[in-house]
Structures are given as C-alpha cells and as structure tokens.
Design a protein around this ligand. Structure first.
Ligand SMILES: Nc1ncnc2c1ncn2[C@@H]1O[C@H](COP(=O)(O)OP(=O)(O)OP(=O)(O)O)[C@@H](O)[C@H]1O
Length: 337
C-alpha cells in the first residue's frame, strides 16, 4: 500500500487551520488510527474518505476534543487538541454522525440552547441564532418541533447547531448519509457557501466517494487507520497519473493524460502513439485512445500535427479529465470497498 502526503500539503498557501500530525489511537490491540497526518487551509473543503471502520469517526472525535490520542497531536487554528482543548472548542464546530434531538423543543429553542451552551448571552445570542436560521433557511420553520423535521431539515439543524459560535473549522461526520438527492445537493451548496464565501475549513467524512467528489477541493483517503493519500484533488489526480506513467515506463516518467479519437481502427492509433517521443503509454479507453504524454504545449501541438500528417482522421484530441473517484480507485487499486 502506498502512503503519500502530497506536496502542497507541506508548503504554500495560507497557514493550515487544521493539522493532524502523526495521530494514533489504540483501543487495546487495535490501532483504529495509525499515524494519520493531513492538513487543510481556510476556505478548503477536505473529504475524509474511507470505508466503515477505517478510523474516520475516531479521528474526528479527537479533533473535537471528545477523545484523546494515544500518540501524536492535532491543531485547530494552531491550538493543540491535547494542550489547549478549550481554545480548540472555540474555533471548531462538530456535527457528529447521528445527533440528539430533544422532544418538546422547537428549531429556534434548539439553536438557542446550543448558543447558551457556548456561553452567548443577550443580543449576541439572539443575533447568533438569527444568523444561523437565515443561513440554513430554517427561519420559516423556526417554530416547528425538532422531532417533526424531515431528514434533510434535521441535517440542516445539525449543521446550524455547529455554527452558532461561528467557528472557523467545521468537522462533519457523514452529514449526507440517508439524504435524498435534493437534500444532498442543498447540503452541498451550504457547505460550499461556508468554505468559499465565509472562508471556513470543512472536514467532511463519507464512505461514499461520489458524495464528496463534487464538493471537495482536497481529500484524505484512509484505510484501516492509515492515510493512503492526501492532498488537493489536483494533486491526487497528478499522483495517480505519475504512478500510471511510472508503471508504464518501468519506473520513470511523468506526463499528462490525453485522449484522442480517430475514425477507423483505434489499434493503429495506439501503435503509432507508442512510437512517438514523450508518449509513455497508450491504450484503447472506451470511445477514445487514452495516452500519457510528457511534453509542453508546443510539443503537444506537434504531436497532433504529426498524427494528422500520418493520415489519422482525428475527430477529438483532449486532456482526459479524471474524476476524484477514478483517481481514488486507481490509487487504492481496489483495497477499499
Ligand atoms: N470506543 C471504542 N472501543 C473499541 N474499539 C473502537 C472504539 N471506537 C472505535 N473502535 C474501533 O475502531 C475502528 C475505527 O472505527 P471508526 O468509528 O473510527 O471508523 P469509521 O471510519 O468512522 O467507520 P464508520 O464509517 O463505520 O463510522 C473500528 O474497528 C471500530 O470498531
């Protein structure tokens, strides 16, 4: 299994708002979390992806200061979860997987209860509750009993509850589980607003990759307590391409994934491409021929020119965009799910 914490994790951009450093949590003989490291910056939505039992909830509970690590540490806005738990709680909102809804309480009373718990008083408390009601669009059902909410509205309330003290980092454990497609899209929009407009950092877990592919700009992929790969989605795709190229070239090679479609027999295009400088692998891939090409734009243009000159009737020539899901499947090579 390859373990990688990719480049931009280490340098560049604003300082990390969330940093997990060699975190380990044992339960008896079981290492539920095994030297986990990753980081996220303000405005980033980072997906925490792994199958059931991978260690996501355990990691998130440690970040939320509800549990302590056996080894390692984690930092929220620079504060250690071990040495400075109170400061961490100020900066962090945690939405657990399945949270209590007390009967005989309306939406507004529920939020007010949590605002009190965070020590807000008077006008500040009223303002905080109102801000959350508006943001989550729960204003129009503010007086409805919390036990009568749909699953989607319930999840909005759960998210709202984590926002009353206006934290900078949000930890959301499987928030999309059980939501219908519309509620899932709406939740995704709220999370995107939190990150892009309000510059929050959002760590969001799921064992369903497609749930996160469209919303995350970074991901940490965990399997049996260990991080397999982490970084921005672009870095994860690049790692996958590099690895594919290395595999094809027997240990060396880099390049961009390209696809070309021609009229006629694709095997001729595969053969021709494999003879060209800079092409490290080529194979039929569905509607086109996919290949890896190591070269600048001018060289790419020359490749297309030469291909046309060689008599190929090219109908399409493009960079192959790989979904996070494709990259994940290739990197983990089926060890997960
Ligand atoms: N309090 C505990 N005592 C003993 N073992 C535990 C405890 N909490 C978690 N574990 C074990 O640690 C491992 C990781 O569990 P964790 O809940 O963190 O995984 P997860 O990735 O969140 O999975 P899920 O998607 O099912 O919630 C599992 O094998 C689990 O059984």
């Amino acid at each position: 299994m390859n373990t990688a914490v990719l480049g931009a994790n280490a340098a560049g951009g604003p300082p990390p708002s969330l940093e997990v450093r060699s975190l380990t949590r044992r339960f008896g003989k079981l290492k539920a979390v095994d030297e986990v490291s990753f980081l996220a910056r303000p405005g980033q939505v980072i997906g925490f992806i792994g199958p059931n039992g991978a260690g996501k909830t355990t990691t998130m509970r440690i970040l939320a200061t509800l549990d302590t690590p056996t080894e390692g540490d984690a930092f929220v806005c620079g504060h250690s979860v071990i040495d400075d738990a109170d400061a961490v709680r100020d900066k962090l909102g945690f939405m657990p997987d399945g949270f209590g809804k007390y009967p005989n309480m309306s939406v507004v009373e529920y939020l007010d209860f949590f605002a009190r718990a965070y020590g807000l008083t008077g006008a500040a408390r009223r303002d905080a509750v109102e801000r959350v009601l508006v943001f989550t669009e729960l204003r129009r059902i503010a007086h409805k009993s919390v036990t009568e909410l749909s699953k989607g509205m319930g999840q909005r309330l759960g998210l709202g509850r984590t926002l009353v003290h206006d934290p900078e980092v949000l930890i959301l454990d499987e928030p999309a589980a059980g939501l219908d497609p519309r509620a899932r899209v709406e939740l995704r929009e709220l999370i995107a607003l939190l990150a892009r407009d309000l510059n929050k950092t959002v760590l969001i877990s799921s064992h369903i990759l497609t749930e996160l592919g469209e919303i995350c700009d970074a991901a940490a992929i965990i399997e049996a307590g260990k991080i397999i790969v982490s970084g921005t989605v672009d870095e994860i795709r690049a790692a996958r391409r590099t690895r594919a190229a290395e595999k094809a070239a027997g240990g060396v090679g880099m390049g961009a994934a390209l696809a070309v479609r021609t009229l006629g027999d694709p095997t001729a295009a595969v053969r021709w491409l494999l003879e060209q400088p800079g092409v490290t692998d080529a194979s039929e891939a569905g509607w086109a021929v996919g290949f890896t090409f190591d070269g600048e734009d001018a060289e790419r243009a020359a490749l297309l020119r030469n291909m046309l000159a060689a008599g190929f009737e090219v109908t399409e020539f493009a960079a192959e965009t790989e979904s996070l899901e494709d990259a994940f499947m290739a990197l983990t090579e089926g060890i997960t799910q």
